[in-house]
Write a protein that binds this ligand. Sequence first.
Ligand SMILES: Nc1ncnc2c1ncn2[C@@H]1O[C@H](COP(=O)(O)OP(=O)(O)OP(=O)(O)O)[C@@H](O)[C@H]1O
Length: 215
Amino acid sequence: MRGGALRYGDRTVWSGLDLDVAAGEFVAVLGSNGSGKTSLLKVLLGLRRLSAGTVTVGGRPPRRGGPLIGYVPQHRGVPPYTPLRARDLVRLGVDGHRWGPRPPGPDARRRVREALRDVGAEAFADVPIELLSGGELQRVRVAQALASGPRLLLCDEPLASLDAAHQRIVSELVGRRCREHGTAVVFVTHEVEPVLPFADRVLRMPGGPEARDVA
Ligand SMILES: Nc1ncnc2c1ncn2[C@@H]1O[C@H](COP(=O)(O)OP(=O)(O)OP(=O)(O)O)[C@@H](O)[C@H]1O
């Protein structure tokens, strides 16, 4: 990103943002509520356009969908009666960006199996996701994001609502993928300690409504 700025109406959330994230690099993004961390990820996902400046992901303008980017969204509960098992959620990471239902081929099944194994989620692979604990569900979401073998992994507060042990487990999972597969990682978090062993750099987003209030 070069000279990136994001405005909602008259309000500038951030501006003058230059950011390079190399393959195999882990960038932790910190900042107060409302400082624009999720908005940054949305720009990288191609869900929102910059108000000024330029951005490329893998050499191209960001675009929605596709296997290049893995995304772990902010933790939300699962609506009751969601008819998905952990295994199904991970499968969406393999081919969910394509249109239409399709039966899983052997390749998709293998990738789902491997992704579940990598996060230690085999034991609850067939449990409906609404019954999973917060930590289990978060590991499954990481598996979903990693299942397509993305070159860039975007994580939006994946440690929120996890206990200290699971914060460590999820941070390690992402850190290991980054090191071993050369995946670039942008990891938004309010919990600094668990990611410090893995982060190469910290991007601190200035501002946010609180900062303005304090000022
Ligand atoms: N579509 C939108 N229209 C107008 N304002 C928006 C929109 N999306 C986000 N905002 C505002 O932009 C600011 C940045 O939001 P964003 O969700 O990116 O912050 P954040 O740093 O991720 O916050 P948090 O730590 O609370 O998740 C917030 O003040 C939010 O209210």
